[in-house]
Design a protein around this ligand. Structure first.
Ligand code: R5P
Length: 294
């Protein structure tokens, strides 16, 4: 059976390389807008009876959503047997509760729409905080993979004495696992967030680690305030220049510039960015082939 991959993320080479790894033909779509702004979309590659992969980077989801949903529905109408959406970064996971009356719990609504248009979803380290699994909000087969092993492989190449620091309790799932695999000490800090840009992070115990390089690991870097507050505690420590590793580097506003002043900043290539240094290709390939085999 011929496999087809539609690459909706031309700004990164990850989709093309995934197609090569999966032995998939890269499919063609004609897509433009009518003078009134409405979408015209035509699938040019035959998909009847075929497994179809749709590779997308959804870090700016609002402008992309209708095109993506329309493609999913069209592929079903054209007879694709299975539509697998591969989006290394899954947005709309953080509004997982109605914090104030009248608020939309957008995570649920986003999940509902994607579930109508696709059969399977593969994503890397989605922000599962109040939800324990994608199944709580998605009605498709959700496959979650982690960037932990890719980050571990990267850190193992560094020839330095490291101290891993997780800036909040949620980061422990990455930090503890990576620390175990790399045999590096770690600390998890406590975070209090009172607003988008208002964050307090507890102070790490650095005295026993004077000859270590601090490595801060978190799933998402958005406003950068979590990392910046953590870095502020390291400033007078005399430790060597910290390294920050984020699975998903969103870098809203001036976050990247501010962080670069204080640390070396690296991210996984789930979101295309100059800081990309940890490749998720093998992680995604294994996830798709594993799902096929099961
Ligand atoms: C939240 O709990 C996440 O794990 C990250 O710590 C958070 O999203 C980082 O956001 P920001 O960069 O805006 O502080």
């Amino acid at each position: 059976m011929q496999r087809v991959l539609f690459n909706l993320a031309p700004d990164t080479d990850l989709g093309e390389r995934l197609a090569t790894n999966l032995g998939a033909l890269v499919g063609d779509i004609e897509s433009r807008h009518f003078p009134d702004g409405e979408l015209y979309q035509r699938v040019l590659t035959p998909v009847e009876g075929q497994d179809v992969v749709i590779f997308a980077d959804l870090f700016h989801p609002d402008g992309q959503l209708f095109e993506l949903l329309s493609l999913g529905h069209t592929l079903e109408e054209l007879g694709a047997t299975r539509r697998t959406l591969v989006t290394p970064y899954l947005p709309y996971m953080r509004q997982d509760k109605r914090f104030h009356s009248g608020e939309s719990v957008t995570s649920r609504h986003f999940a509902h729409h994607l579930s109508q248009a696709f059969d399977q979803l593969i994503t890397v380290d989605p922000h599962l905080h109040r939800y324990t699994s994608l199944d709580e909000i998605y009605q498709l087969e959700g496959i979650v993979v982690s960037a932990k092993s890719a980050i571990t492989a990267h850190l193992k190449q560094l020839n330095e004495k490291l101290l891993l620091i997780g800036p909040d309790e949620e980061s422990e799932q990455w930090v503890a696992a990576i620390a175990k695999e790399t045999n590096v000490p770690f600390q998890i800090l406590a975070k209090q967030r009172s607003g988008d840009y208002e964050v307090e992070v507890s102070r790490p115990q650095l005295a026993p680690f004077a000859d270590h390089r601090p490595v801060l690991v978190d799933d998402i870097i958005s406003s950068g305030r979590t990392m910046l507050e953590t870095l502020a505690h390291l400033k007078e420590s005399g430790l060597s220049r910290p390294l920050i590793i984020g699975v998903h580097g969103i870098f809203a506003g001036d976050a990247y510039q501010l962080l670069m002043q204080e640390a070396e900043v690296l991210t996984c290539n789930s979101i295309p960015h100059p800081s990309n240094a940890v490749d998720l290709l093998d992680t995604l390939t294994t996830a798709y082939l594993g799902a096929l085999a099961s």
